[in-house]
Design a protein around this ligand. Structure first.
Ligand SMILES: NC(=O)c1ccc[n+]([C@@H]2O[C@H](COP(=O)([O-])OP(=O)(O)OC[C@H]3O[C@@H](n4cnc5c(N)ncnc54)[C@H](OP(=O)(O)O)[C@@H]3O)[C@@H](O)[C@H]2O)c1
Length: 229
């Protein structure tokens, strides 16, 4: 069994990933920005002895460093960054909230890069390991959709972060991938979305299980298909 760290495990796809990996017998380090407001994760952890909850606000570099210090030199086989913010939904240039754009850049783009940096030693210590960042189809140039300046640009940027990490870590035993989790029935995706969080998380787990170093730098859909950039 392996150790899986999930950043953004309080709700949605991250929570479901935590539950599924724990059910599978893996040790889960479930990271949440507010440990006092993660009741669904608390409930899952109360029925499992292999879910450990750790504070980590991905928009706060100090919090990321504190989480890395708390986790110390434990090996991490799989690190999934699910934390993400929608950045206010649809905008026009006339109603852009610039503070929200900066905040969302911290959450969606810079935070994942800092998490990768903070836990690189733990991933290397595991031998063959995986870092997967959940981005979005809206990040792809092949998926043109207007009106979401903040979300689409910060997700496009984090996809690029993953691609750069895959190149810069080519000599390390870490497979870095980026994933569109589907249009998922979560707080972010809404109830009309196409797939459930269970289906998305299960597909992501299967996809990761089939990866090898040769796949580093690839952009996947939750179902294991390649997503065009
Ligand atoms: N749902 C979709 O249809 C869809 C489609 C494409 C891509 N995605 C991506 O998939 C990922 C998961 O989405 P979801 O649908 O599960 O979203 P969600 O239901 O809105 O949940 C978002 C998660 O991110 C966490 N988060 C937000 N800001 C954070 C921060 N600063 N530090 C730590 N955690 C933070 C939230 O924690 P709190 O509870 O503390 O707010 C929550 O656990 C996101 O990256 C999203 O962009 C989702």
């Amino acid at each position: 069994m392996s150790t899986v760290l999930i950043a953004g495990a309080s709700r949605g796809i991250g929570l479901e990933l935590a539950k599924q990996y724990a059910s599978n017998g893996d040790d889960v380090i479930a990271c949440v920005r507010d440990t006092g407001a993660a009741s669904q994760l608390d409930e899952a952890a109360s029925g499992a002895d292999n879910i450990e909850i750790q504070q980590l606000d991905i928009g706060d570099p100090g919090s990321i460093e504190a989480a890395a210090a708390a986790i110390g030199d434990r090996t991490i086989d799989t690190l999934i960054i699910s934390a993400g913010a929608v950045g206010g939904g649809r905008q026009t240039l006339d109603d852009l909230d610039l503070e929200e754009w900066h905040r969302t850049l911290d959450t969606n783009t810079i935070g994942p890069a800092l998490v990768a940096k903070a836990f690189k030693p733990n991933l290397i210590a595991a031998g063959e390991s995986n870092l997967m960042i959940l981005s979005s189809q809206l990040a792809a140039s092949t998926w043109p959709m207007g009106g979401m300046y903040i979300y689409s640009t910060t997700k496009a940027a984090v996809s690029k972060v993953a691609q750069i990490l895959a190149l810069d870590w080519a000599g390390d035993p870490i497979t870095v991938t980026v994933c569109h989790p589907g249009w998922v029935q979560t707080d972010m995706g809404g109830p009309q979305a196409e797939i459930t969080a269970e289906e998305s998380a299960s597909g992501i787990r299967n996809t990761i299980a089939g990866l090898s170093k040769a796949d580093s730098g690839k952009f996947y859909k939750w179902n294991g298909e390649i997503h065009p950039w």
